[in-house]
Design a protein. Sequence first.
Length: 379
Amino acid sequence: MAIQSPPKILISINTSWNVYNFRSGLVQALVAAGYEVVVAAPEDGHSARLADLGCRYIALPMDNQGTSPRSDIRLYRNYRRLMRAEKPDCFLGWTIKPNIYGTLAAQSLGIPAINNISGLGTAFIRGGWLSRLAKSLYRLALRRSATVFFQNRDDRALFVDQKLVQRERTALLPGSGIDLTRFSAAPMNGRPAADLCFLLIGRILWDKGLAEFVAAARQVRARHPKVRFQILGFLDAANQTAVPRSEVDRWVAEEGIDYLGTTDDVRPFIADADCIVLPSYREGTPRTLLEAAALGRPLIATDVPGCREVVDNGSNGLLCAVRDAEDLARCMLEMIAASPAERAEMGAFSRSKVEREFDEQIVIDRYLAAIRLALPSPP
């Protein structure tokens, strides 16, 4: 009697770094549940580490920021070739190109697809022809998906209202979830108000609100010259909304901003800060805010989709108007004016909120349920 092989799950995201840093818990849970897991992503410094999660890695070149039709057709063909060779029982996609071209390839071969719309990205924020093209491709790709996960209600409503996906195919997730053991609460530093440290974590893109952060820092420093302002994140030069390195260097030299570079472990940087700031123009559910909340830090973010899922204004942080440096500075000044006990109380509320709403196990359980429904014969 032939031994039946376990169901195979093909996962694809636009970087191996993303898989290793944000989906490790899910990959390990799928392996523990008896699935064979294959990850297809572009090769980077984290690709070799994926085997540690119990999965098999396949290098898949991808022009993440490009808009060349020839390149995208090649990606679709590579997905289709890969799926014909691997014969996965289910495809899981994240980020725009895997969600579109990976899903279209899966559809063509009768493979069920589960998508995760983790954020709308530049194409939706900026509008124009690229936005119209992205929406048309999403509408085509998502029409037969088994489940399309969204990370906030606003993004789901936008896709449903614009008929990019049928509502009955959608479901909500609390972001990518947080490993509450790895991201454990850290005590507040107890610095005096005049010496507080505000930290922004994110890719160095204009859409993350970097210009507003620097302008607000200038206003706050006029009243509190010893307050520190830090930026931690990747200089994503390939992105069309990337801040040039020369501008970051100018902020360091002329504005007194501390640029901390990049890291594989944000925890010590969050622990050293007194408040985490994200003045983004739009998010899915920002991982950086979840990580900061898990460590028990007060938050300041813009009142936009994604951010307001994590920040309860006045409870664990403050919400400011989007693209408004003066309002951001107002929130920073309000945080400085709070007593150490009040800031500690905000941080404690942050921790309790992620424990209630954003535990990684919630995400894992919903994926396992969606996969069982998608597979014709679950294990």
